[in-house]
Design a protein around this ligand. Sequence first.
Ligand code: ADP
Length: 554
Amino acid sequence: MRGMYIEKTYGELVTQIEQLKLLLSEAQETIEAIRRGEVDAFIVKNNNVPEVYTLKSSDQTYRIFIEKMTEGAVTISREGIILYCNTSFANMLDLPLTKVLGQSFENFIPDGYKDAVSRLIAIAWAEECKAEIILPGKNKNPIPVLLSLNTMEIAGGLAMSIIITDLSSQKNAQEELKQKNAQLEQAQLITKKMNDELEQTVRERTNELYKSREHFKFLADNIPAIVWTASPDGEMDYFNKRWYDFTGKDYVQVHKEFRLFIHPDETDAYQNLWNKAISTGTPFELVHRLKDGNLEYRWHFSQALPFRNDDNDIVAWFGISTDIDEQKRALEKKDEFISIASHELKTPVTSIKGYVQLLRYNFQQEGNSHAADLLTKADVQINKLTSLIGDLLDVSKIENGQLLYHEEKFDFNELVKEIIEETERVTKHPIKCELAATCTISGDRNKIGQVITNFIDNAGKYSPTGAVINIKTVNRKTSISLYVQDYGLGIPKDQQAKIFERFFRVNSEKENTYAGLGLGLYISAEIIKRHKGSIGVESEQGKGSIFNFELPII
Ligand code: ADP
């Protein structure tokens, strides 16, 4: 043989190399074809006899399947040499297939696992087994894997298949799960703590609530008034002990029955005002009588306020009814006294006035002008007294509903001019007047004149001598308004609403220097009210006031 080669020429050798290269590439193609599953069998000459090798151990379907699967698949021989492996396994190791095939499987097992894996393989030749190990993956990043070892028959004997499952994502998921579990536990701990705190707060609040309820109950039961609460729709749902003491009835008999104890004369007013308060959410106020356990009526002043939550919704009504029977009776006595006193005073004062006028006339006739002047001054004072008595009489009559009105039709401007003329004779204030087109009014001419006089008198009384008084009317076709403006003391804002009340006088040192009973505006308001008009004031303290009324035009 050796001699044969030596005898070959260079050219023959080149040709032979070319042929061998061709054969090699054919062989490589065949191997690739087997790998891709394109070849199921091939013919090999054995001792010049052609033999068919079918690829029994890896038929085409399985090979494709194995190539496509994400798990690594390796077949090793008894000696631990890798006979076959799929691309997934090579990828796991980050090596080309060529560097894996034909190598010892152990080469790819990290040192720490080598012994364990060779023991595993030894066992696996006898029985199928599994184990988790770490493989050095891409950039030496360790990959946790599961090895499943199984023996299998291939042409030429027993081989071992090893399926390598990448457990990274599973491990990551497990790790994540562990972390999530830890977070969950933490959250549970926090929740438990919060729950405990909440329970503690609830316990404390319940305790506080109990205490505050007891406080409220104690306060409500011992307050010298009837206290009640009602739901937002106005149904009464609580009464204090005093209610049951007052009515002499028990809970079942008088619960929610407030209305039934109100005097029949005031039941309608109560119902109307209560309904109005409920529908508008505004405070309720009423003076009325309530029937006690002896079936006697006592005057009460009832008030209720809405209690609102943070959203401004009414959640309850709190009411209080104070027994004002004694005050009311004392007031009635006072009114009675005023009525009697003013009546009793009126006649002697009228007589005195008559005598004074007669005396003055006589002195004038005698030429005793000094005595006549003194009697003129006395007459002025008697007029003031008459006016005060007149006011007191009017108030008594208003209270008893006895103030009589003489209705007539009259020219409004004429009345105003008449009063201005009268006033100008006695006042120390210049009066400026600006009257709108006149109109006809229906009502009591004298009493409306009394209101105008009262406005002008007050304007003079509460402003410095010489300060101008402006009088103006505005004709609004269906109504006429009269304004009396002064540049005097003015009225503090918080007292403006009260000046039309009976006996009310602005409380300050300055006002106290002016004589008066605080009745003029009360009477004026009553007169205007009776004429279906309205009365009002605009004022700024220290700058002056504008009083006005408005009356309907017929
Ligand atoms: P009085 O007899 O006290 O004047 P009124 O009823 O007429 O009674 O007035 C009530 C109160 O209103 C007065 O006491 C005074 O304090 C105040 N008041 C009335 N008019 C004026 C005004 N033009 N300027 C300032 N205060 C006034």
